[in-house]
Structure formats: C-alpha cells, structure tokens
Design a protein around this ligand. Sequence first.
Ligand SMILES: C[S@@+](CC[C@H](N)C(=O)[O-])C[C@H]1O[C@@H](n2cnc3c(N)ncnc32)[C@H](O)[C@@H]1O
Length: 266
Amino acid sequence: MSQTETVSQYNDKFNEALQWMWGDGYLAPGGPEEVAEMLRDLPIKDADVVDVGSGLGVIAVLLAEKYGAGSVMGIDVEAHLIDQSTARAEAAGLEDRVRFKLVEPGPLPLDDESLDVVFSKDAIVHMPDKVAFYREALRVLRPGGLMVGSDWLRGDETTLTSRAQSWLDFVHLDFRMSDLESTRSAISNVGFEKVSLRDRNEWYQTEINKEISTLEGENFSKLEQLIGKDEAGYRLESSRLKKCAIDDGFLRPTHFFGYKPGASEV
Ligand SMILES: C[S@@+](CC[C@H](N)C(=O)[O-])C[C@H]1O[C@@H](n2cnc3c(N)ncnc32)[C@H](O)[C@@H]1O
C-alpha cells in the first residue's frame, strides 16, 4: 500500500481518548514510567536513536530531554502525527536533536550501521512482518548497538478465551499479534545476541483498572464532552473488554532487548 493510500488509524479524536487515559502525548499505556522501565539500566546518553512508530513524538522528546540521547529520529506512517511531533520538538527547543520523518511501512529509510539504538514502543503490533522489521533494525545498528522495544504480544491458544476474542473483534485497530516464543526466536534468528524479554502482563492487570477508572462516572461525562458520546462509549467498552483479554493472559505487553554483535555495547 502506498503512503497516500494508508488509512489513518490514529485520528485526532481517537488520539484525544488515548491521551485522556495515558497522558499528554502518549498513544500507548504507561507514560514516562513505562519508558523508564524499558530503559532501566540502559544508558543511552549521546546515542543516536531511532524511535519507530513515534506517534505524537512525546517519547522521542523524552529520550533527548531526560535520557540525553544525542539525536533522535522519530518515524511514523501517519503524516499528521509527524506534523504534531515536529511542533512538539520545536516547542521543547529540541528541533536540532529531535526530528521526525514520515515513512512507508516496510524497509527503514536509514543507512546501514548509522545508529546506536533502535527504540520502539507498541508499534510493531501493527506490522505484518516482524522478522523483516528485526532484520532492518539489525542492519541500521552499529556493531554493539541496542534494540529495545515494547510490543503487544499474545498468549497461547488457551488464553484466547471467548471474551478475549470479543475484545479483538471489537477493536478497530489493525493488530497483528505475535507470541513471546516467536518473538524471542525471531530476534535471535536474525542475528541479535543477549536477547531477553520482559512480560508486562501482570503490570497491565493492575494498570488496566486505573485506565478504566479514567473512563467511568464523572470522568466519562468529561470525556463525552471532549470527543462525543459514541467515541467515549467506544473507548470505555474497548477498555472493559481489554481487561478480560489481559486477565485471561491473552494480551501480554512485552519488553524486548537485543544487541547487535560487535565490539562495544551502548
Ligand atoms: C500505539 S501507537 C504508539 C505511539 C508511540 N510509540 C507511543 O507509545 O505513544 C502506534 C504507532 O505506530 C505507528 N505505526 C504503525 N505502523 C507503523 C510502521 N509500519 N512503521 C512505523 N510506524 C508505524 C502508528 O501510526 C502509531 O503512531
């Protein structure tokens, strides 16, 4: 599909609802605390970083501002997100170090061995070919470079309960979910070493309750005023169904890590 044909999944109204639950600029759960958890013990100071699926750009700005990345290139497939991200970097006075680029799904428009860190939060779930993505990540990393990401993975067949299936049927995002073992072997098989995964299902079992509380009662009325009854209703129902998928062990947000073989690590 060419860029002009790409259908927007993350339109402004939808994004308002996601930020209502997850905080200004965040299109996925956990906010800056979850980014901190991903980067725990992983210094990225002065590193050249790409943020794949950069959404509204808040994390790319955070990587430069809080974690001291030398440069961050945020890439995304939706033009309006790139525009809003660029404005965010400018507002933070970081336009020299944080840039955004509209890309087409597929190969990364980045040179071989040009980066120290490939970062991605909750975007790979949309990609049909994960192996191709991991191969591209390996290609663009310098020897010793780090891939660190979070992806919405799934449990085995026994966790796909009828209520987990109801969540999948209800959600209108295009999810292509992989499981933990396939993810681990895909990352290793393309050539990463020291591969590890961190399952965040237990964390999200708690977090989803906070998420739902931002959508109920008085909060629902406020959200309704902001984005309208239908969108607010969709959001609440989606989170309630998602809670079942999490509690049944089907939805497993997972952090993953791997290093490109080579001399020195980031
Ligand atoms: C759930 S949002 C997460 C955004 C951001 N990482 C965050 O945590 O707020 C997923 C993002 O991935 C983007 N995306 C989807 N497919 C992509 C692809 N093939 N390459 C790059 N970005 C993609 C979407 O447009 C969206 O901005």
